[in-house]
Design a binder for this molecule. Structure first.
Ligand SMILES: NC(=O)c1ccc[n+]([C@@H]2O[C@H](COP(=O)([O-])OP(=O)(O)OC[C@H]3O[C@@H](n4cnc5c(N)ncnc54)[C@H](O)[C@@H]3O)[C@@H](O)[C@H]2O)c1
Ligand SMILES: O=C(O)C(=O)C[C@@H](O)[C@H](O)[C@H](O)COP(=O)(O)O
Ligand SMILES: [Zn+2]
Length: 348
């Protein structure tokens, strides 16, 4: 299955079992023959799939070097990007060479950011290997890293040249991160796809994963095409993220994974919406139930004061006003400006 993302330079998301062994073929349609490819990956994923990707790229005539970093969100920082710049420089990369990211959202966001900024921009291909990255992070061109002051505070919009999604790679994904990825899948159900949420409530079988990936990417496609630079409607993809990112920061980007944080954030946002009379009563409880069903946490130990304080640098803020993403009901979302002081009054 191929989904075209019609941004200024369009690209395709190919979702296919076994496609990881044909990445060289796909790259050959897009990149200069004989170009250098830097495979950016990490300590868990590279040993599982790195050699297959290298073999495929080399068979297609590319000269491959690799850059590996320790797996995990705490690597998603500017110091690691500087190490990628060093590897690109030492290997003599020019603007007609390219990066291939192989891993979860951390790898894609960070390798994509290195591609966006090295020589003011080189091309990159995404090979997402976690559920979260296959349903969300690999598409749309948001690249970047965390700062100790907040999540994704440094970044760039830089669309990949192609996204190569092999659902079979999920066979090795630890269960914890399968649950975590379901946090973003549930988000798609909440913001725009009631039927998906109902399907999730009934319980999915593993064979349905490919369909779920296609469904989430198709929802994201529409928002990215309409608002590539996140100035309007695309912001609904941030449902649960204002509070979720605050929680990730409060946990110093350790322990609580992104999808888990977003899940708790969705429950909090739905609660705020209900208190304001915007969200249909019972929605927060419904979200809470489906999160529990997929093994996700629904609450955390921080007070509302701490959480609101940690939203200080939220990228959707306008002074003291936050653009909170709220639901009218499951499947229908709105962007709702709210002053921090009002938020304090309506938050549980
Ligand atoms: N750019 C975007 O639009 C976007 C969207 C959503 C999330 N994100 C970002 O994505 C990141 C989270 O992504 P993530 O959950 O993939 O995190 P991750 O990259 O840390 O991967 C999660 C864990 O799964 C392991 N893993 C990944 N694929 C595997 C596989 N096939 N087999 C075995 N192990 C595997 C990794 O080594 C890691 O331990 C966050 O930084 C978040 O901010 C970005
Ligand atoms: O692609 C988007 O737009 C999203 O908001 C997707 C989110 O799931 C993702 O976590 C994104 O990285 C958040 O971006 P940010 O701009 O809030 O840092
Ligand atoms: Zn997210």
């Amino acid at each position: 299955m191929k989904i075209e993302i019609a941004t200024a330079v369009p690209y395709q998301v190919t979702v296919e079992n076994g496609i990881i062994d044909r990445v060289g073929e796909l790259a050959a349609e897009l990149e200069r023959p004989g170009a250098k490819a830097m495979l950016v990956s990490e300590s868990n994923v590279f040993p599982l799939y790195g050699q297959r990707v290298k073999d495929s790229l080399e068979s297609a005539g590319f000269r491959v070097s690799e850059f590996l970093f320790p797996a995990g969100e705490s690597s998603k920082q500017i110091a690691t990007v500087c190490d990628i710049y060093r590897a690109l420089s030492e290997n003599g990369f020019t603007r007609s060479d390219f990066i291939v990211t192989l891993g979860g959202g951390v790898t894609g966001d960070m390798g994509g950011f290195a591609a966006a900024t090295f020589l003011r921009g080189i091309s990159f291909l995404q090979i997402p290997t976690s559920l979260l990255a296959q349903v969300d992070a690999s598409v749309g061109g948001k690249t970047g890293v965390d700062l100790p002051f907040g999540k994704n505070l440094v970044g760039a919009f830089h669309q990949p040249r192609a996204v190569v999604t092999d659902p079979q790679t999920l066979n090795t994904l630890p269960e914890h991160y399968f649950h975590d990825g379901m946090g973003e899948v549930i988000k798609y159900g909440c913001i725009s796809d009631l039927a998906l949420l109902e399907q999730l409530e009934k319980g999915i079988k593993p064979v349905d994963l490919e369909e779920i990936i296609i469904r989430c990417v198709s929802s994201k496609k529409k928002l990215v095409e309409e608002d590539t630079r996140d100035k309007g409607r695309r912001m609904i993809l941030n449902f649960g993220h204002t509070f979720g990112h605050a929680l990730e920061k409060l946990h110093h980007f350790q322990e609580l994974a992104h999808g888990e944080a977003v899940g708790i954030g969705m429950v909090l946002a739905a609660g705020v919406g209900e208190k304001l009379g915007i969200t249909r009563a019972g929605t927060a409880e419904r979200i809470r139930k489906v999160l529990v069903q997929y093994g996700l946490p629904v609450e955390d130990c921080f007070s509302k004061e701490e959480i609101i304080e940690a939203t200080a640098l939220d990228k959707k803020s306008d002074g003291e006003t936050l653009q909170l993403i709220l639901l009218k009901e499951i499947g229908e979302s709105i962007i709702y400006p709210i002053h921090r002081s009002q938020l304090l009054c309506v938050m549980e």
